[in-house]
Design a protein around this ligand. Structure first.
Ligand SMILES: *[C@@H]1O[C@H](CO)[C@@H](O)[C@H](O)[C@H]1NC(C)=O
Length: 188
């Protein structure tokens, strides 16, 4: 009797799990979903990473196309009229970027992990503007490019260095621990 009940419960659990699995696997993708950081700030002359990841229910194949393009926000910049391709990867090959970005753009992603991030090194004031990341993963070719606003600033105007951020974080954690300790002492 007891044994039978146990059996029924586990069968039901298994069936539910199986149905959830089927339902989630059957959800169709309508497009490639692309994700970037909305804004990245970098000091002039330093390296910066423009992150981009994507999701697609199709298997990542050798037909994948990755395009990063740049549009300057300075009207007198040659890249201000429309987004210009600065990194283009198609058919398993990367195509050379325009000379302004040559030797400064490096692919640092891992396509099999759906990461198509690039690094810009060194960043220059003229790189200030909008970067678009676009991925097509045939037959999944519908996509909306994701964008990142890159702000290239002078070193002095960067809000806080990493060291200062870490010091502040440590101070914050210590203060919190102290507060908890005081609270515990009062309660006890
Ligand atoms: C960079 O772009 C921002 C707007 O995104 C603007 O406020 C800033 O003045 C620009 N800086 C330079 C050096 O062009």
């Amino acid at each position: 009797m007891e044994h039978k009940m146990h059996y029924t419960i586990s069968t039901r659990g298994l069936l539910t799990g199986f149905m959830v699995l089927i339902l989630s696997a059957r959800t169709p993708t309508l497009a490639v979903d692309i994700y970037t950081e909305a804004e990245v700030m970098v000091a002039n002359g330093m390296a910066c990473v423009l992150r981009c990841t994507f999701e697609s229910n199709e298997v990542v194949s050798s037909y994948i196309t990755v395009a990063w393009s740049f549009q300057s926000n300075q009207p007198d910049n040659q890249f201000s009229k429309a987004p210009y391709a600065i990194f283009y990867f198609s058919d398993g090959k990367a195509f050379p970027p325009p000379k302004e970005f040559k030797d400064r753009v490096q692919f640092i992603g891992d396509i099999n992990k759906k990461d198509v991030s690039i690094q810009l090194n060194p960043a220059q004031f003229s790189d200030n503007g909008t970067y678009f990341c676009d991925v097509k993963n045939p037959p999944d070719v519908k996509s909306t490019p994701a964008r990142t606003e890159l702000r290239v600033v002078s070193r002095e105007s960067l809000p806080l260095g990493y060291t200062a951020v870490i010091v502040r974080m440590v101070c914050g954690v210590l203060a919190l621990l102290l507060l908890i300790l005081v609270a515990v002492c009062i309660v006890i």
